[in-house]
Design a protein around this ligand. Structure first.
Ligand code: ZN
Ligand code: ZN
Length: 258
């Protein structure tokens, strides 16, 4: 079985699924993708996301505000309150993205720090989005003692040095469809080195569909393609990748284990 450790079910265009989210979840199940982590990107939209996914026992949630959705300052009390939903297993996605929005750096830093504090208060792991902000990301994780809760560096595209430092703080490294892209050879080198007990797989659906589905809308069922590519990169079987990544997910989020 496979786990999609990062998807945005509330952002899928459901037209191609007969306007029914059941069809997305069922397509995943048919491909042996049995557990999904549905990731929040704004606090305002969290209640609707929770409602849309409430009937699926195999869908877990996170709560947080994406670094690129930071028009207003985050309210940590609101985050803390929303994150007490029993299906919320992690805080995020949060982090820093200086690639797309260097101009909002200050707001991102402030929001990221507040997310780490709430994660520590609620004792829940973090889902981290980090792009072109290695030093600041690691500095905040250290300053705010993120090692107490750990978490995931999701859709990882940064250096091995960064991965290594995050792993030392108890974090897991999650690979998306980007590892299947032609120009991602540096990332494949990183994917080769991450210890077997520290990697996860994800789609980040509806974004970043893996080869051979590039150009289409991504969906959790396609996480199998990420697993196949990782297996060939790491010189192991798809079954082994499935088992390792599933074990890793359940170690990080004990309550998701059936
Ligand atoms: Zn992200
Ligand atoms: Zn995401």
């Amino acid at each position: 079985m496979f786990i999609d450790s990062h998807c945005h079910l509330d952002r899928l265009k459901l037209e191609e699924f007969d306007n029914n989210l059941d069809n997305v979840v069922n397509a995943a199940l048919e491909n042996n993708v049995n557990t999904l982590l549905c990731v929040s990107v704004t606090l305002e939209e969290f209640p609707a996301m929770a409602e849309k996914t409430a009937k699926y026992d195999n869908v877990w949630l996170t709560c947080g505000a994406h670094p690129l959705n930071q028009d207003d300052e985050i309210n940590p009390e609101q985050l803390q309150e929303l994150a007490t939903n029993p299906r919320v297993v992690a805080i995020g996605e949060t982090g820093l993205d200086y690639f797309y929005a260097p101009e909002t750096k200050q707001v991102q830093l402030d929001s990221f720090r507040k997310h780490v504090r709430v994660a520590n208060q609620l004792n829940k792991p973090l889902i981290i989005h980090t792009r072109d902000a290695q030093e600041d990301t690691l500095a905040i994780l250290r300053e705010e003692h993120a090692e107490n809760v750990g978490g995931i560096l999701h859709c990882f595209t940064e250096s091995w040095e960064m991965a290594e430092q995050a792993i030392a703080m108890g974090f897991y490294i999650s690979f998306s469809g980007i590892v299947t892209f032609k120009n991602a050879s540096a990332l494949r080198e990183v994917a080769k080195k991450v210890p077997a007990d520290r990697f996860l797989i994800e789609t980040d659906a509806p974004y970043l569909a893996p080869v051979p589905h590039r150009g289409k809308q991504n969906q959790p069922a396609y996480v199998v393609e990420v697993a196949k590519h990782l297996a060939s990169i790491r010189g192991t079987s798809v079954a082994e990748i499935a088992k390792q990544s599933t074990d890793n997910f359940h170690r990080l989020f004990a309550q998701t284990k059936a």
